[in-house]
Design a protein around this ligand. Structure first.
Ligand code: FAD
Length: 375
């Protein structure tokens, strides 16, 4: 068995940000990710600019190294394609997860973090030490474990987390498309009955189209194409886009069982990061920034409570819980309210029409679900 100071389980945005931050400060970090990079992930691929100051502090220059598309405007349309366009105060970047996650992984390795391609099967805490068991049969020990294994993982079951007992009613489908006419500086959120579809360009010039829908609405149709034809295309914007754009993927990616339920922030002494601590409704476009931000506050809590061989676990957990709550609790609450509205057809169409009538409401929702620049 090999020993590390910190084991990070899951190499998405939360885990990778923490790995970069902690290894930069000289901590011995092992990051375990179950799937190889680069790879596409189901995501809207709109990243709020609030992450830029934090990444700069880690010497990560997304703008120069990955050349994301700069997005300054939001176009929002109702199911019957009534639309409003509003500037985004902070703005954001159109950047594929294919490029972003792989880039951060390379940075973590450059800083000295060890990375391992394997799946974590179990995490056991005893005598103030974690034992992390992998599906390859390997085992590692560390005094600190960060759980950054995303919205739904085998580990949620093994750790007997409450939210995993409940059925989750959302699924998502994503693809990349060629569409020369789609504006560079825009993220579009188009509603349809039972869900919404986000469109925005990425660094390669393709348009990422990602839609999320309640399982109840989707299951009435034969397949994705049938669903698009009969439901998505009721919105003229979506009909226009999908009829003209050329798909790049052979097959769209999809995920199911997406849960917005409340989760524990600390579970059996494991600090939960990113979606493992709670997923905000993707319509808010802030999950990636929140995952990265949680990597920052977890790293800061570890660094201030784990010096030399001395670990103050109680203070570490209190500091993380407090900071997590102050940054994310309200944003997640607003996201959950949005999710409840969207799943109810009457409330969904009433609220979309209200937003169309009173654009100020849209700005309010954006400000309630986004953070300030992360410094
Ligand atoms: C449909 C949809 C659209 C979205 N669009 C946007 C958007 O446009 N903008 C935005 O800001 N946010 C968006 N989000 C949210 C955003 O994708 C997430 O909040 C963000 O990816 C969370 O990062 P994470 O690091 O917590 O998890 P992830 O990025 O999911 O990473 C978790 C990692 O853990 C690994 N893992 C899991 N289990 C194990 C295990 N047992 N052992 C080892 N590794 C494991 C997984 O392979 C994965 O790589 C969207 C989400 C959805 C569902």
């Amino acid at each position: 068995m090999a020993g590390f100071e910190i084991i990070i389980v899951g190499g998405g945005l939360a885990g990778l940000s923490a790995a970069i931050h902690l290894s930069r400060e000289g901590k011995q970090v092992l990051l375990i990710e179950k799937k190889a990079y680069p790879r596409h992930k189901v995501c809207g691929e709109y990243l709020s600019n609030e992450v830029l100051p934090y990444f700069n502090s880690l010497d990560i220059d997304l703008e120069n190294d990955l050349k994301p598309v700069q997005i300054q405007n939001l176009l929002y349309s109702t199911q019957n394609a009534k639309s409003i366009e509003t500037p985004l105060k902070l703005g954001g970047m159109g950047l594929s997860r294919y490029a972003l996650d792989n880039f951060l992984l390379n940075n973590a390795e450059k800083n000295g973090a060890e990375t391992l391609l394997d799946s974590v099967e179990n995490i056991h805490f005893e005598n103030n030490e974690f034992t992390v068991k992998l599906s390859s049969g390997k085992e590692f020990e560390a005094p600190v474990v960060l759980g950054a294994f995303g919205k739904r993982s085998n580990l949620d079951k093994n750790l007997e987390r409450e939210f995993i007992q409940e059925k989750s009613s959302w699924l998502a489908v994503k693809g990349h498309y060629e569409d020369a006419g789609f504006p560079e500086n825009l993220v579009a959120l188009h509603n349809f009955e039972g869900g919404y579809c986000g469109l925005s360009k990425t660094e390669t010039g393709v348009v990422n189209a990602c839609f999320m829908v309640s399982y109840k609405s989707f299951k009435k149709y034969k397949n994705t194409e049938d669903f698009k034809e009969k439901v998505l295309f009721q919105n003229a914007y979506l009909r226009g886009f999908f009829k003209n754009a050329k798909p790049i993927f052979k097959k769209e990616l999809s995920i199911a069982q997406i849960s917005f339920q409340e989760k524990s922030i600390i579970n059996n002494h494991i600090l939960m990061l990113g979606d493992a601590a709670g997923l905000i409704h993707p319509l808010c476009g802030n999950g990636m920034a929140m995952a990265i931000h949680s990597g920052k506050i977890a790293s800061e809590a570890v660094l201030s409570n784990f010096t030399g061989n001395k670990l103050d676990r109680e203070n570490l957990e209190n500091q993380y819980r407090q900071n997590w709550n102050s940054h994310f609790r309200n944003r997640l609450k607003t996201g959950r309210i949005l999710q409840k509205i969207l799943i109810n057809p009457f409330l969904a169409s009433t609220s979309q029409n209200l937003v169309k009538k009173f654009p100020y409401l849209l700005e309010k929702i954006i400000s309630k679900t986004h953070g300030q620049p992360i410094v």
